[in-house]
Design a protein around this ligand. Structure first.
Ligand code: T46
Length: 181
């Protein structure tokens, strides 16, 4: 396992060690003691799995209470994954980072509590799995506009591409109006 810093404070890329042989491959997707020592001293309590089609954008979500750290990766297809630092005390407050996560690159992204998170599907379908450090609490959930004019997230979306959002995400808040940590 290899940990790579990103330009955004505390947001980390993890590259697991992949063991390939004539049968295929094996990798450990999570090892608690290693994670606590090398990434963040947190405990995960909930695992999630979603499947989406090309052009689906889920995000940008966070919980204002029961804030969730998320360890995310893709087991089928490809997504462009984005996290936004919503922590006012952070030196990278208001900054975003994006990365291609795919079944092929097997990369993971550690998104600490205090970030808004979402992804855009660039393959026919994508299956997205992640561990969370607190439980789902919809009463505390917020959604920030994926195309907020201040954040200017550089999504891999061409004019001819579709962007399909949930009703909740259609009415996301502007970053300037969103609650911060
Ligand atoms: C997130 C969640 C949802 N649900 C139920 C609630 C709805 O009936 C259904 C779909 O929920 P939602 O539309 O909020 O799912 P996503 O749009 O994938 O939400 C996620 O999108 C981005 C990528 C995130 O980072 C968050 O983990 C999460 O907000 O699953 C649950 O039962 N438990 C959960 O933890």
């Amino acid at each position: 396992m290899n940990v790579i810093d990103t330009p955004v404070l505390d947001l980390k890329i993890i590259e697991p060690t992949v063991f390939g042989d004539e049968r295929g491959f094996f990798l450990e997707t999570f090892r608690e003691q290693w994670f606590k020592e090398h990434v963040a001293d947190v405990t995960f309590v909930q695992d999630n799995h979603s499947k989406s089609s090309r052009g689906i954008l889920r995000g940008m979500h966070y919980q204002t209470q029961q804030t969730q750290g998320k360890l995310v990766h893709v087991v089928q297809g490809t997504v462009y994954d984005v996290a936004i630092d919503m922590r006012q005390s952070s030196s990278t407050f208001g900054q975003w980072f994006g990365i291609v996560l795919s079944a092929e690159n097997k990369r993971q992204l550690w998104v600490p509590a205090g970030f808004a998170h979402g992804f855009y599907v660039t393959s026919d379908t994508a299956e997205f799995v992640y561990k969370c450090t607190d439980y789902y609490a919809p009463q505390f959930e917020q959604s920030v506009c994926w195309n907020d004019p201040q954040l200017e997230i550089d999504w891999p979306i061409s004019p001819e591409d579709t962007v399909q959002l949930s009703a909740k995400d259609e009415s996301g808040l502007l970053f300037k109006d969103a609650p911060y940590f």
